[in-house]
Structure formats: structure tokens, C-alpha cells
Ligand binder design. Structure first.
Ligand code: C5P
Length: 214
């Protein structure tokens, strides 16, 4: 098998990246966080993105230690992309068709040969509709805000407000809205620990993999 693709979609704070990282650390997957590419555009260009400015951008995506590292003008900016300030702008620019086409192409060109876990909002519905395994993670809003604020160090109430708005924007946009992709396995992570969710997801992947090779 030269390519095996697992997609994980879901709203902010549902645990997508955490679980994808574990699959990369423990199970030999390469993790591609598609949100990082939207965040990189938002970080570099702000809300005033246009096709010319994207073309003129020196944005390099490298896979290092099984995950994506973002370089702008030759400098590693990956650490600057976390946080709700960049997330908020990312969600605004993610409504634009030419931005989505650009990100999809960059993500697809990274995931050529090997085992990949790709997380985002439309990975199973649009970027890889023929993925081998599709997962949809969800959780109660307050719990998601709590996780996000622990992760980024930002104020809980502030994060709650911002992700509520961001999720609404992501769910209601015209192009590639956040949906549970057709054929996806849904896992509700509310009240569950990381290891429990990891085992559940791992089990789904194992079942599909075993069925395929039977
Ligand atoms: O996953 P993350 O929070 O880093 O994503 C930031 C934003 O990028 C999301 O709120 C969403 O608007 C956008 N995004 C998207 N499609 C993806 C991944 C992220 O629209 N596949």
C-alpha cells in the first residue's frame, strides 16, 4: 500500500490535533494539520488576502519529525500560529474559494506516499473524499473552550466567545463548510480523556485496516 490516509475533522478544541499527534508519535503516521496553512496565510497577510499576495508569498511547508513546519521567508513561524487571534483571522480568510483551493493543493502535494493523518474541517469531505478512514470528533462547547484555553494560555471566557463564533462561521460558510463527512465515524469526546479517545480512534483505524487486508 503506497498511501494510507486518515482524516480527522471537527470543530475547534474537539481534540483533532492532539489525537493526530499521538498517531504520528506512536503509529508511524505523518501528521498534516491543514489549519496551520490557513493560519500561516492569516499570520502573513491578515484579512486582506488576495491571489496576487498569496502568489508573492514565500511560504514553505516542510515535514519534520512527522509533522508540518511552516516557514515564511525562510523563518520557522510554526510557534507563532497558535492562539485565537490568528485562528479568528484564519476562519475569515477560509471562507474564500481561492484561499481554499490554494490550501487544498498544498496539503495534497504533501500527502503523496506514506501513512498520513490529516486534520481540519473539510479533510474527509473535500480534500480527501476517498480517504481510507474518516473520523469526525466533536465535544461540548464549554469543554472545547476549556481545552483550548489550557493549550494556549488564553482566558477561558474569551476563548469560549471566539470559538463559538469561529465554529458558526466554519459551519455556515458557503464553500466547504464544517460537516461530518459522508462515511465518517463520529466520536464524541466530551468527558473523555486523551488516551480513551486515542484508543477509540485507533480501534476504528485498525478495524478498517484489517478488513481491507483480509
Ligand atoms: O484547526 P485550526 O483551529 O488550526 O483551524 C483554523 C481555522 O482554519 C478554522 O477555524 C477554519 O476556519 C480553517 N480551516 C478550514 N478548513 C480546514 C482547516 C482549517 O476552513 N481543513
Amino acid at each position: 500500500m503506497d498511501r494510507f490516509i486518515v482524516t480527522i475533522d471537527g470543530p475547534a478544541g474537539s481534540g483533532k490535533s492532539t489525537i493526530a499527534k499521538l498517531l504520528a508519535e506512536r503509529d508511524g503516521f505523518v501528521h498534516i494539520n491543514s489549519g496551520a496553512v490557513y493560519r500561516a496565510l492569516a499570520f502573513a497577510l491578515g484579512e486582506s488576502v488576495d491571489e496576487e499576495r498569496i502568489k508573492g508569498l514565500d511560504l514553505e511547508l516542510r515535514i519534520e519529525n512527522s509533522s508540518i513546519v511552516v516557514y515564511i521567508d525562510g523563518r520557522d513561524v510554526t510557534g507563532k500560529l497558535i492562539g485565537e487571534n490568528v485562528g479568528k483571522v484564519a476562519s475569515k480568510v477560509a471562507k474564500l474559494g481561492f484561499v481554499r483551493d490554494y490550501v487544498n493543493e498544498r496539503v495534497r502535494e504533501l500527502a503523496k506516499n506514506g501513512k498520513f493523518v490529516i486534520d481540519g474541517r473539510d479533510c474527509g469531505s473535500v480534500i480527501f473524499p476517498y480517504a481510507d478512514v474518516k473520523i469526525f470528533l466533536d465535544a461540548d462547547l464549554k469543554e472545547r473552550a476549556r481545552r483550548r484555553s489550557l493549550e494556549t494560555g488564553e482566558d477561558f471566557n474569551e476563548v469560549l466567545k471566539v470559538i463559538e463564533k469561529r465554529d458558526k462561521q466554519d459551519r455556515e460558510r458557503d464553500i466547504a463548510p464544517l460537516v461530518k463527512p459522508q462515511g465518517a465515524y463520529e466520536v464524541d469526546t466530551t468527558g473523555k480523556g486523551i488516551e480513551e479517545v486515542y484508543e477509540e480512534v485507533k480501534d476504528i483505524i485498525r478495524r478498517v485496516y484489517d478488513n481491507r487486508n483480509r
